[in-house]
Design a protein around this ligand. Structure first.
Ligand code: COA
Length: 638
């Protein structure tokens, strides 16, 4: 959701955590309402026989005095006793229990505009400037001086929970055998000396940013970065690319970490990484064309071991990539915060960099600053084996990703607003149409909806493949030549209204996914076996999100992207701008059913047809205008 920064109205308002305490708690939706919505969402996505079976299961669950009532009561008690009844269940389910490798499968990336670095010093000056911005932002966080975000778009004006911001530079995702742990550094009374880890040539260096109680200036940072690059170039000192281990499956990485931890040198190195503010990856040039798609790919997976795949540490929430070839951006470990918070922080940094005067920062040739320290690793043959296997797995991830950045240039959200429609709902319906065009069916779809209006709120799901969306896409594709356009327009309006209503339901805490998840987890805690609703095929289908979508808007030149969440799925991240819409479409090459390029093409056709329908019927619904196109350059028409 776009957020608006307002100047703080009073002292308490600027204090993110205090504000959060004042926000309402997330409500618990009525049981019957959730179950009815669940059936309604799934009816048209499964066979009639499956639906009847699942409906009977739901009816048994909600019977008066039945299991459903007991679980709902437990949930109401949980709401009383916790700050946010879904937070822990959701975090575990969405991230910490998930065993898949983080690159592509979990960690989103934000790609910046390409930079044109004149020379090596220019590259490092930019990096020093970026680190300076991080330190500036961290100071705001430490002082709890970040202005509160206010919702825009649907139900605008409400304050949003700021808690996620405090995890940006002080948390770490520790791998575990069955489950990871999100470690949050509590702010100590006496803050520790702060440091950043710089990755260069797959080597890791400790860059202290406070030395002798003084924060390093940009010039100092530049000097230190130059020393790091020189040290990293020294072939004799080069150590194995340990960062690769963090790109492996979480259980595999956890096993490797246990082995590493047996040695005190490794323990010290891991400790330095786990306690750092963030990682800065000075990437080597890839030799590839630096178009949008290739830049995003570098961020999503680093291009494998031959490129910058080992120059990463995926457990750390914020990794800033600054490539010598101008490929720059952020990769984030997703568990502590959502994409909107990531973008807000990133935009702050870029604005800081834009506003800081373009001074030619000089390196101090006789710098008295102690040289940054290279982190040492003792690699047993067992670790070497793990490294080889991690490298191979990462290469498979790299080879398997089918990804494209697609800019739809005919129109953007201003055109849609002029149609008196919600741009987000319109785009969601276009994604459904594109999917139907490619696959002749609709599938369970995830659209993240922010619930930051509530204390410790993260997201719930807008299930965009509504029955009304299906009616619309069928009319457009199957009924292309038989259904009159005026009826297609009615179906479009119905689909948009349904999507908009679901959105409002979700952002007001009344959607079904979090509720169902909490009931399932409570059943695990209180019942001998899992109730049949949670083992039923329809429930399992409902949780395989073949289409995983998210709106991540930006106000600066950058875009967010991520991978699919199931093997036969698509990731579709979009960034609506006034006059165009940017889509990042991902899928897997080894799935024969999917193709990101074909999906992007279908999306273009869908958005074009939807525009044509609107131009024909929406401006003056009673009297369709002639076929002649309105200004197709800007697509505007009132
Ligand atoms: N007629 C004209 N204008 C309309 C309209 C209508 N019928 N409906 C909405 N608009 C306007 C809105 O007022 C808003 O205007 P603004 O840009 O001036 O503020 C604009 O269109 C956008 O609104 P809309 O497209 O409806 O969407 P939204 O901005 O409310 O976003 C969600 C909807 C679901 C994306 C948002 O609520 C959300 O939850 N975002 C978070 C997503 C997220 O978490 N992403 C990261 C996941 S990691």
């Amino acid at each position: 959701m776009p957020v608006l920064k307002k100047p703080p109205l009073d002292k308490t308002e600027s204090k993110g955590s205090q504000e959060a305490e004042e926000l309402p708690k997330l409500p618990v939706p009525p049981l019957k309402q959730t179950m009815d919505t669940y059936l309604q969402c799934m009816r048209h996505l499964v066979s009639e026989e499956q639906y009847r079976k699942s409906k009977a299961i739901v009816e048994r669950l909600v019977m008066p005095g039945g299991l459903g009532e007991m679980l709902q009561q437990k949930l109401i008690e949980r709401r009383e006793n916790t700050e946010n009844w879904i937070h822990e269940y959701w975090l575990d389910d969405m991230y910490l229990n998930n065993r898949v490798p983080l690159p592509v499968n979990s960690s989103p990336a934000v790609t910046f505009a390409r930079h044109n670095f004149q020379d090596a010093n220019d590259h490092l000056r930019f990096t020093a400037n970026l680190i300076s911005g991080v330190l500036d932002y961290k100071t705001l966080l430490d002082m709890h001086a970040l202005p509160v975000d206010y919702a825009r778009g649907q139900l605008s004006g409400q304050p949003m929970c700021m808690k996620q911001y405090y995890g940006l530079f002080s948390s770490y995702r520790l791998p575990g055998g069955n489950k990871d742990t999100l470690v949050a550094q509590e702010s100590a009374v006496m803050p520790e000396p702060e440091h950043i880890i710089v990755a260069c040539n797959n080597q890791f260096f400790v860059l202290d940013v406070v030395i002798n109680f003084r924060r390093l200036s940009e010039g100092d940072l530049f000097t230190q970065l130059r020393k790091i690059v020189r040290m990293a170039e020294n072939e004799d000192e080069r150590l194995p690319p340990i960062g690769l281990l963090t790109s492996d499956g979480r259980s595999e990485w956890s096993r490797a970490r246990e082995i590493l931890m047996k040695d005190s040198t490794n323990r010290d190195s891991l400790d330095m990484i786990e306690r750092c503010m963030c990682i800065v990856c000075l990437d080597a040039p890839t030799g590839l064309e630096t178009n949008e798609t290739n830049r995003a790919l570098q961020l999503l997976h680093g291009g494998g071991i031959d490129k910058n795949g080992g120059n990463r540490w995926y457990d750390k929430p914020m990794q800033f990539v600054v490539g010598r070839d101008g490929v720059c951006g952020t990769i984030c470990e997703h568990s502590p915060f959502d994409g909107i918070v990531l973008v807000q922080c990133t935009e702050h940094l870029l604005k800081y960099m834009k506003s800081s005067p373009k001074k030619l920062v000089r390196a101090d040739s006789v710098s008295e600053l102690p040289a940054p320290r290279r982190l040492r690793w003792k690699c047993s043959p067992e670790i070497q084996g793990h490294l080889a296997s991690s490298a191979e797995k990462l290469q498979r991830i790299v080879n398997n990703l089918d990804f494209t950045v697609y800019r739809f240039k005919q129109y953007g959200k201003e055109f849609i607003k002029k149609q008196r429609m919600s741009p987000d709902a319109f785009i969601q319906v276009s994604l459904q149409l594109a999917f139907y065009r490619c696959h002749r069916k609709l599938v369970p779809t995830y659209e993240s909806a922010s619930i930051r209006r509530f204390r410790m709120g993260r997201v719930d799901n807008i299930r965009s493949s509504t029955a009304e969306a299906l009616a619309f896409v069928k009319a457009m594709v199957d009924g292309k030549d038989t259904v009159p356009d005026s009826e297609k327009m009615d179906f479009l309006k119905g689909a948009i209204a349904s999507q908009t209503n679901y959105t409002i339901m979700a952002i007001t805490g009344m959607a079904i996914d979090n509720h169902l998840l909490a009931l399932r987890e409570l059943a695990r805690e209180h019942c001998k076996e899992l109730p049949e609703i949670f083992t039923d095929e329809m429930y399992l289908i409902s949780n395989r999100f073949i289409l995983s979508t998210s709106q991540v808007p930006t106000t600066m030149e950058m875009f967010c992207c991520y991978g699919p969440v199931v093997p036969n799925g698509y990731g579709a991240c979009y960034n609506p701008q006034s006059e165009h819409i940017l889509f990042c479409i991902s899928s897997f090459k080894d799935c024969k059913e999917t193709s990101s390029t074909l999906f992007a093409k279908a999306l273009e056709e869908s958005l074009t047809e939807m525009k044509d329908l609107c131009l024909k019927y929406n401006s003056k619904p009673q009297t369709p205008v002639k076929e002649k196109k309105a200004d197709s350059q800007n697509g505007h028409r009132t």
